[in-house]
Design a protein around this ligand. Structure first.
Ligand code: ADP
Ligand code: SR1
Ligand code: MG
Ligand code: MG
Ligand code: MG
Length: 424
């Protein structure tokens, strides 16, 4: 049901909305100058509408959630509570790494609006920068920090169980999770209504996927983990289209899918999206621009991302783990008697082994869904020649299926990137 009192804005009414609120108008200009402001609707995501207002004092970004999925239309209704989730998640993330999230200025529950810091050029969506051929020297380090800080501090490793459970309830985000359950873990494995793929080139490949019992079972086991494993406040949609960056700065936007879920889902989703770009590069390379340096950097980025995430997360655990209810201070670490340090090491090794295996499985599922499901990636879609695109997509699809069905065969991140190199 539509939020009572909700009105969908357009480029004219968004100006009136901002001009009537001095705490918002101050970012753009005095209300008396509103006639001179410019407004652009820049929403290029699948779900919402995003307006950028510019005036004599600067810029403001305003995001509004309509009661349906933008890329489908009214035929796919979607809870507008996603805006509350996004606003609260941005604030929760900013408590641990304010340098990597846009500041929230205003949240309007009735109008389903968030007004936030405008990320000015040269910030662009990382997926678009990668397609253009850019590399981001700080991206892996910044994302590792974002994930380690947000995932650790919202987990039972850092929180007492009463606070942990209250947070999990506040961020239950049932409807957005159900969308993910459907479009990532179910629909790609049969001929679902909104699926698409490069046809006829990939018809046989998709038929084989739909007949693949092991893939079906693996995706369904991951769906159960996605639903059942409440470990930390996830971003929930951590792909390269949810990151705006320059060479020096990185902002993670769009946490409307945030909920308490398995940490491996965030880790796997971002790795999957970097690998999708890796497999797409052959479709963008030319004799004058072979993309070799970018291709090597993408794999280095995956290695640095996992390595740095792992070491930062474990450092946070050593430093703050005694605050949480998961690993009791009298059993683990320096307070745990003679066996405390060994118990801590054993717990950390087991935790990271599980996280790595599940991240690979989720990465496989995400790669598959972006090639045969409803929502594809521009990395592949922007390859104009369908035959060339299909070659890239086929390699990625085979690689995704392999990760999905056999994550335990990939020992570490060096092996993952070697396998990706060999699969191209
Ligand atoms: P959706 O939920 O529909 O995916 P996003 O939050 O990803 O919407 O925003 C869609 C687009 O709007 C982004 O790809 C980006 O180009 C632009 N955008 C979003 N937030 C900002 C911001 N804070 N500053 C500048 N541009 C933004
Ligand atoms: C209807 S599926 C749309 C997709 O776009 C979002 O960014 C999420 O990834 C979602 O799965
Ligand atoms: Mg988005
Ligand atoms: Mg979104
Ligand atoms: Mg995805």
């Amino acid at each position: 049901a539509t939020q009572p009192g909700f009105v969908a804005l357009n480029c004219d009414t968004v100006k009136e909305y901002v001009a009537a609120r001095p705490q918002l108008a101050k970012h753009v200009g005095p209300a008396a100058t509103a006639a001179t402001w410019t407004v652009e609707e820049v929403g290029d995501g699948n779900i919402n509408f995003v307006y950028i207002l510019s005036g004599p004092s600067g810029q403001l970004c305003l995001k509004q959630a309509l009661p349906f999925v933008r890329c489908v239309g009214e035929g796919w209704p979607l809870s507008q509570d996603r805006v509350r989730i996004e606003a609260e998640a941005l604030v929760a993330e900013a408590a641990h790494c304010p340098q990597h999230v846009p500041a929230v200025f205003h949240y309007d529950a009735r109008m389903c609006i968030i007004a936030m810091q405008y990320l000015a050029p040269p910030h662009i969506i990382v997926r678009k920068g990668l397609i253009q051929g850019l590399i981001y020297p700080r991206l892996a380090d910044h994302l590792a920090s974002f994930m380690a800080e947000t995932l650790f501090h919202t987990s039972l490793l850092a929180l007492p169980s009463d606070q942990f459970k209250a947070n999990a309830t506040r961020f239950s985000n049932v409807e957005m999770c159900r969308l993910t359950e459907q479009v990532i873990f179910t629909d790609p494995y049969y001929a679902a209504q909104y699926n698409r793929h490069t046809s006829p080139q990939l018809d046989a490949e998709v038929a084989e996927l739909h007949a693949d019992v092991a893939a079906r079972v693996a995706a369904t086991k991951l769906k159960a983990k996605f639903i059942q494993n409440q470990e930390a406040l996830l971003h929930g949609d951590l792909h390269t289209g949810s990151i705006m960056a320059t060479e020096e700065t990185t902002y993670v936007i769009d946490p409307e899918f945030a909920y308490y879920g398995p940490m491996a889902f965030d880790v796997g989703k971002i790795i999957a999206n970097l690998l999708l770009c890796f497999f797409a590069l052959d479709g963008h390379a030319s004799a004058t621009e072979p993309r070799s340096a970018q291709r090597a950097w993408l794999l280095e980025c995956v290695r640095e991302l996992w390595g740095s995430f792992r070491s930062r997360f474990l450092a946070l655990w050593d430093q703050h783990g005694s605050k949480g209810d998961a690993y009791h201070a009298q059993l683990f670490g320096s307070g745990g008697g003679d066996q405390g340090p060994a118990a801590q090491q054993a717990a950390q090794a087991a935790f990271m082994a599980d996280l790595w295996r599940d991240a690979l499985g989720f990465a496989g599922a995400v790669i598959v869904r972006r090639l045969v499901g409803i929502a594809h990636v521009a990395d592949m879609d922007s390859i104009a020649d369908a035959d060339v695109r299909a070659v890239c997509e086929r390699r990625a699809l085979r690689f995704g299926r392999r990760l999905l069905t056999g994550p335990e065969a990939v020992a570490d991140v060096a092996e993952l990137t070697q396998l990706a190199e060999a699969a191209r």
